[in-house]
Design a protein around this ligand. Structure first.
Ligand SMILES: Nc1ncnc2c1ncn2[C@@H]1O[C@H](COP(=O)(O)OP(=O)(O)OP(=O)(O)O)[C@@H](O)[C@H]1O
Length: 708
């Protein structure tokens, strides 16, 4: 090989070497002109070698000025080598980052700078990317070499703990950041000694504290741990969210209500603990369940409509019978809420067991019915007592000075404190009811009601229901429950006025109450027990009725345990003046008139009268007189009855006696004239002959008539 060939070979070999190196290489002179660029540089800059040698450094690095190049030249010349980063621009105008090693060359004739460039844009891109990702994720990495104790730490890792030096990042120093130092220390020791990795969230000591997820792994060579790598991640935000989520999940789980989360297809996505507890399914069974598995009563169509409704309205409420695994059902209130969760239709159903409420409602309704029945009863009693109050009875209102009547009052006094049944007999108006009140008022029952029932004034068919009460619908017209008088009188006294008028069919029932103290309500199902004292009254002769078969004998004896006979007024005429005075004062006060006394004539005339209507008749007379008359003394007037007119009516007359009396009356008016004009026969609308015959038959003699 010749010298020249050898030289050429060396040059070629050098060129080949320059091109073969994985770096961009160029030579530039003092003016910045590019003398040579290798193949990689040409490719990177997208110029041919020819084009490149026509360019200057200013074309490929636009930040370089004449002045800066000059300074740079001097520096490289002085230092022989310089290392820096620069930005190059290729033919298409795209920039990229390079790391440049600039070296000064001189062969005595020519001075040059050789630049060797390493394209670092891609490596710095990944580094940047990692840095950014670390910052975004708040994750920092570190590596501890167990051999020499050196530690490598990423920027973000330093940031998380607010440190600047890697040395401060050693686990032995970082440990002081955490609340649970001991756990951290122990965990690290276990990783180093036993290769046990850590993945734990540690809370920092700061206020407010942060949560740092700490992952540490051993790096092994064979079975030797030579370094540990770790990651710290600030998960305070997530943790807060998780804690909040857990908090809500805990609330849901511990809710008494059953909470179901369904998707549109009816799939059960989530459920509270109460669902499995109440419905008696295991949690495992419920996974993958649909609404249709849970409740076969729900059809696809129903579910679709239901879902459409909640979507429209936001939420709807419904009552439902919820089925348990075993098949039993319970009533529930359901509030189904629509939720749009990340574009998915969700039905969040809150189900509340209302069994207790339903039972309570039922009890409440029953209680309300009872209260209503009691209220009705009280109203009836009240109404009744109000009427009674208006009557204003009092034993002191019994006016009498007669000795015979004193015996009657004595009997009242004797029997009153007992619970003995009393039968008061006597003509109408003699004061039987007054005596009944006196008996009640002088008994231990006086604080309870005295209930009166008059069989004579009630239609026969109503007496039973009045006495014993009835249930709604017991008979036509029984539109509501009615409390009977016996129930009202419980603990008190019942006054059975006109007992002789009691229908025979009812007498046995009455006997039962008297004997057993119990009776059956009409249409009712239960027997009612009462404690009632019975006072009966009658103006009829019950013995005769027993004989006739219209009054039960056993009832008669039951009632007649303690008979009291109320004496007619005509048999105790001495009572007329005090009674008349009493009534005068009573009605004068009521009418606002100044009557103080009765005149002597008035008293005489009243005493002369028989009072077939007894005390009541006297009372009515005086009441009328007070209305008609004026003054302070009541004189006789048109109101006063005459003996002739009324005296005979004291006793009941036979038909013949009435006829006789009437004929005599008429004859008196015609002054004994029987026939002809203004004669008695004409007035009586009879034939004169017939009248004469009648008079004869009745024993009416004209002389007798005129004598009286
Ligand atoms: N001794 C008396 N003192 C005052 N008032 C009397 C007396 N007796 C009766 N009266 C009055 O006479 C009226 C009739 O009395 P009461 O109603 O008690 O009679 P009775 O015998 O029960 O009548 P009946 O059989 O028609 O029911 C009542 O207004 C009552 O106040």
């Amino acid at each position: 090989m010749t010298y020249m060939t050898e030289v050429t070979e060396i040059v070629l070999a050098k060129e080949w070497l320059v091109d073969a190196l994985p770096y961009e290489i160029f030579w530039a002179d003092e003016t910045g002109g590019i003398i040579y660029g290798n193949k990689i540089l040409c490719e990177r800059l997208q110029y041919s070698q020819q084009e490149l040698t026509k360019l200057t450094i200013f074309d490929i690095n636009t930040t370089v000025t004449l002045q800066s190049w000059k300074t740079h030249w001097e520096n490289v010349k002085k230092n022989k080598i310089e290392n820096f980063k620069a930005i190059h621009r290729n033919k298409s105008g795209k920039f990229y980052e390079v790391e440049v090693f600039a070296q000064f060359f001189s062969n005595g004739r020519k001075e040059m700078i050789c630049g060797i460039m390493n394209d670092i844009s891609s490596s710095s891109f990944y580094k940047n990317l990692i840095d950014n990702v670390e910052t975004i994720a708040k994750v920092g990495g570190w590596k501890l070499n167990l051999q020499d104790g050196s530690i490598l730490v990423t920027k973000e890792a330093l940031c998380i703990f607010n440190k600047e030096n890697n040395e401060d990042f050693h686990p032995s120093k970082i440990v002081h950041f955490f609340k649970d130092e001991e756990l951290f220390r122990n965990s690290i020791v276990k990783t180093i000694k036993n290769a046990i990795p850590i993945d734990h969230v540690f809370e920092t000591k700061e206020t407010p504290s942060r949560y740092i997820r700490t992952i540490v792994k051993p790096v092994l060579k064979g079975d030797k741990i030579f370094k540990i790598v770790g990651v710290y991640q600030d998960i305070t935000e997530q943790n807060k969210k998780e804690i909040r989520l857990k908090f809500f999940k805990d609330i849901i789980d511990n809710a008494q209500d059953l909470i179901f989360i369904y998707n549109r297809d009816g799939k059960l996505l989530e459920f509270s603990n109460s669902v499995s507890d109440t419905l008696e399914y295991s949690k495992k069974e419920l996974q993958g369940f649909t609404i249709f598995d849970l409740d076969p009563g729900v059809t696809k169509d129903w579910w679709e409509t239901h879902f459409a409704q909640i979507k429209l309205k936001g939420s709807i409420q419904l009552e439902w019978l919820v089925k348990k695994k075993g098949g039993t059902k319970f009533p529930a209130d359901i509030v189904a809420n629509y939720i749009d969760y990340e574009g998915q239709d969700i039905n969040c159903a809150v189900v509340r067991d209302i069994t207790n409420r339903k039972e309570r409602d039922l009890k409440l309704f029953q209680a309300m019915d009872e209260i209503k029945a009691l209220k009705d009863r009280l109203e009836i009693e009240n109404e009744y007592l109000q009427e009674e109050i208006n009557v204003n009875f009092n034993k002191d209102n019994i006016i009498s000075i007669s000795e015979s009547y004193a015996k009657v009052l004595k009997q009242v006094e004797q029997v009153a404190p007992t619970s003995t049944t009393v039968l008061i007999t006597g003509e109408s108006g003699t004061g039987k009811e007054l005596l009944a009140h006196a008996i009640h008022n002088n008994s231990s029952r006086k604080d309870r009601a005295l209930i009166k029932i008059n069989s004579a004034t009630l239609p026969k068919e109503l007496i039973e229901s009045e006495l014993f009460g009835h249930k709604k619908g017991a008979f036509t017209g029984a539109v509501a429950d009615k409390v009977g008088k016996f129930s009202m009188a419980d603990g008190g006294t019942i006054f059975l006025d006109e007992i002789g008028e009691m229908p025979i069919e009812l007498q046995s029932k009455l006997l039962r109450v008297i004997q057993e103290g119990e009776f059956d309500e009409l249409g009712g199902t239960k027997t009612i027990k009462v404690d009632v004292r019975i006072v009966a009254a009658t103006n009829r002769k019950l013995e005769d009725m027993v004989a006739e078969g219209t009054f039960r004998e056993d009832l008669f004896y039951r009632l007649n345990v303690f008979p009291i006979h109320s004496i007619p007024l005509r048999e105790r005429k001495e009572d007329i003046p005090p009674l008349a005075q009493y009534f005068l004062e009573k009605y004068a006060t009521r009418a606002g008139k100044p009557f103080k006394r009765l005149s002597k004539q008035t008293i005489e005339q009243l005493m002369d009268y028989d009072f077939p209507g007894n005390n009541r008749e006297l009372e009515n007379l005086i009441e009328r007189a007070v209305i008609i008359e004026n003054g302070t003394t009541l004189f006789p007037g048109s109101w006063i009855p005459t003996k002739s007119k009324n005296s005979k009516s004291a006793k009941l007359l036979t038909f013949e006696e009435v006829q006789k009396e009437h004929i005599v009356d008429v004859l008196k008016r015609t002054k004994g004239k029987v026939s002809g004009i203004n004669g008695a026969a004409g007035i009586l609308d009879m034939n004169a002959k017939t009248l004469f015959a009648k008079m004869k038959k009745l024993g009416i003699e004209k002389e007798t008539v005129f004598k009286s």
